[in-house]
Structure formats: C-alpha cells, structure tokens
Design a protein around this ligand. Structure first.
Ligand SMILES: Cc1ncc(COP(=O)(O)O)c(C=O)c1O
Length: 428
C-alpha cells in the first residue's frame, strides 16, 4: 500500500466528501410535514390564542421538561433569546459580574454584556469546560451568577461546579445549546444547575430552523422568565395577561415560540435520542480505534456514555504538529460536503473562542457607552485578550476539531480512523 501522505502527493484515503452535519435536518420527514400542516390547517400559528389552537408549543414544553427531568420548560424563539431571558430571570444587571468560560459561543457572552453586567472569564480544565477551581478564584462580592457551556455535546465537571456555586450561594446557568440530549451519569444536560437554555437552530442536535428552550426547577425563576419572554407579565389559562403580582411586573422582549416551530420541535424531540446515539457511537468508535496512538489525546469526557458525540477534539503535544495534522486530514479527503464543517484547527474556531470575539476584546457597547464604562461596573477591571485563560489557550493552540455527522456510515467512520492512523504514523 502506498502510504505517502496525500498532502505530499500520495493517494488520499477517500475521494468522496463526508456527509454534512446538520443533524436534526437529516431526520426531517413526513412527520414534520404533517405537524406543520396541522397547525396551518387550524389557521392558528400563535401559541396563546387563535381560531383552533393546537397547543403545540405548550405540549412541547411539557414533553421537553419531562425529557430533561425539570419541573418547568419555557419555549422561546432562539437560544440567544433564551440566554437573555434566563439572565433577566436571574436579575442580572449593571454592577454584577457573571463568570463564564472562554470556550463558548458569542451569544453566551453577548447576553451577559447586553444585560449590562461584566463577563468574567474563568479558565478551563482538560474537559475543555470551565474549571470549578478557577471559578472559585474569580468569585467576588459582585459575582451574581456562573455560566457553564456544554460545548460540542460534552458536559464537563458540572457537579463540582454546582458544589462551588452552592457554597457561595450563587446560581448556575447551563448553556446547553450544543448539548441537547447529552447526559452525565444519568442526569441530562440542563438538570444540574438552577436554570438552563437550549437552541434548536440548524446546527443543533434537534432543529426547527430557529428556536430555543429554558428549563428550571425553580418556580420563581420560571415565572420571571415567562414574563420576560413575553410582554413582561404572566398570562392566565385563556392567554390573557395578569398584572397583579408585583414580582412579575417586568419588561418583556417578545421572543415567544410560534406554533409552527413548536410542532416541528416536538417531532424532532422524539428523534433526538437516535440522533445523539448515532453521533456518540461513531465518535466513541473512532476514539477507541485511535486510543493507542501516542501523541494524540482526545478531550477528557467525564461520562462517554452520555456524550452527545457531535464533535471530536484531538490535542497534540505541539502546535506545529496540530496545524500539520489538520491540513493532512483534509488532504486525505476528511472533509465535509458542500458548506458542511470540515476539520479545523481550534484557533480557527471563530466566535467560539473568547479572543476571537472583537467586540469582547475591544469592549464594545451596544450604545455609545459600553458596560465596561458604566459607573456601576467601574470596580471590575478585566481583560479578554489572549492570555486571559492560559490553560485553555494552551489546549486550543494544540487541538483540532472534527465534526461527527449523525449520518456517517461504517465506511465513513473507517476512513476517518484510517486517515488519522496514516497521518499519525508519518508525522508523530
Ligand atoms: C453554546 C451556544 N449558546 C447559544 C447559542 C445561541 O443559539 P441560537 O443560535 O439559537 O440563538 C448557540 C448557537 O449557536 C450556541 O452554540
């Protein structure tokens, strides 16, 4: 066999691109069509009243809460909206600090900034998630909440994090946008902390195009979230607003989920476990098949059985090796079809990484005055440039990320393994 690397002119492991990774979308079929049609035929696309309301969003909330194992669920129009509402429910505002990791999505930190609070980065550990010990070091008298982000389908040391939060009487918000369906030792992502959010945007494990969810076991948080997601007030069983409770005389941001979205999301929820199972099986098979290779370390996953499986992170000993490895993988044909995600070096992982977000590094505001210039926030002196999370930085500069599509077949999986082994043999 000609083992010359494709990057050096040898024959590539595969000629055909890998499938695109839009997980939930691949599983759309006549069930979603029927669900949307039902809503349209009833001429009732709004969730709180209509000609012949089908209560799709209401049913989705019940089913989602039961799936996650929380008392309450509130559907919203996106994960970004869910973050904004959840922070509002927690009462976050100027003068507050919110601790979060440096590996996130721009929407996570954006919601903190738009709330008027100061984001405080805490370094990660080898799970790539926020490090509970580092969080504890960042707690000040101004800390109001801690956010953990379960990136790429994986939950970090969340129980230890919640223990730190409890010790300091602080709430934990779980950003599960990339981890719907993931679990750790029997508990679903979103059921560890005080409030959690999800996204149903196209890249996510289940999708309705756009959409989001908030879950909690705390009635007061749920009631506040409900009011904020809508018009600032609760509604009665007939969908009419109620103004009497002073605790829920708030300001709404109008990010309700509509019935068409709710109908699609309900069907997708019923397919979620299958989707995650396929990604998880593929990922764990690849991990096992390359586990003997010295010089490649996969991300530490606390409970691989609960890994949703959507991304495989491989860390190398040196940066130049990781850069060469990702180029070599692409040359071997480990690339996704049209517009799908191909392996990338984590430095290139865009707005997932704190130092790649210009509005954070440069402390931009929505209005002329940024949150960092507010008098209430003047005690929080903080930098977001590379170097703010040294351990995470050192991981990212040596790590590559491979997307695991739920539609990979056995031969696709074998090709990924073959390519990794071939390159490792030649360059490690
Ligand atoms: C970690 C994380 N948080 C929040 C969001 C925001 O979700 P949405 O795109 O639905 O607004 C995303 C979506 O990409 C995400 O990955």
């Amino acid at each position: 066999m000609n083992n010359k690397l494709a990057i050096n002119g040898g024959p590539p492991v595969r000629m055909k691109p890998l499938p695109q990774e839009w997980c939930g979308a691949h599983y759309m079929d006549e069930k979603e069509v029927e669900a949307v049609t039902r809503v349209l035929c009833a001429k009732s696309p709004f969730r709180y009243y209509g000609l012949d309301l089908q209560n799709e969003v209401f049913k989705l909330e019940k089913e989602f809460a039961s799936y996650i194992g929380t008392k309450y669920a509130l559907a919203v129009s996106s994960g970004t909206a869910a973050l904004q509402v959840a922070l509002g429910a927690l009462g976050i505002g100027p003068g507050d600090e919110v601790i979060l990791p440096g590996y996130f999505w721009v929407a996570t930190v954006g919601a903190v900034v738009r709330s008027g609070a100061i984001p405080i980065l805490a370094d990660s550990d080898d799970t790539f998630s926020i490090n509970p010990d580092q969080v504890e070091k960042k707690i000040t008298g101004r800390t109001k909440a801690i956010i953990t982000v379960h990136m790429g389908g994986v939950i970090g040391k969340v129980r230890e994090l919640v223990a730190v939060a409890r010790k300091h009487n602080l709430p934990v918000l779980e950003d599960c946008a990339q981890a719907t369906g993931a679990f750790q030792k029997g508990t679903k992502a979103g059921a560890f902390g005080d409030i959690a959010i999800y996204s149903f945007q196209l890249n996510k494990h289940m999708t309705s195009g756009e959409g989001g969810m908030i879950v909690s076991n705390n009635e007061q948080l749920y009631r506040r979230a409900f009011a904020i997601h809508d018009l600032g007030y609760p509604r009665n069983a007939n969908g009419r607003l109620e103004f009497n409770d002073s605790a829920t005389q708030l300001w709404g941001i109008g990010c309700r989920m509509n019935e068409l979205t709710g109908a699609v999301a309900r069907v997708q929820l019923s397919k979620l476990d299958i989707i995650c199972e396929r990604m998880r099986e593929a990922k764990n098979k690849i991990k096992k098949a390359i586990s003997d290779i010295k010089g490649i370390r996969p991300r530490n996953v606390v409970d691989p059985k609960g890994d949703a499986g959507s991304f495989l992170l491989l860390t190398f000993e040196k940066r130049d090796i990781s850069l060469r490895f990702v180029e070599a993988l692409r040359a071997e044909g480990i690339i996704a079809d049209k517009g799908g995600m191909y392996p990338v070096h984590m430095d290139d992982w865009g707005l997932h990484i704190y130092y790649n977000v210009p509005s954070l590094v440069n402390k931009r505001g929505l209005s002329m005055k940024s949150v960092w210039e507010l008098k209430e926030n003047s005690q929080s002196d903080v930098s977001y440039s590379k170097g703010a999370c040294p351990y995470l930085d050192s991981l990212l500069e040596r790590t590559i990320i491979i997307c695991i599509a739920s539609t990979l077949n056995d031969s696709d999986i074998d090709d990924i393994i073959k390519a990794v082994r071939k390159i490792a043999e030649m360059i490690l």
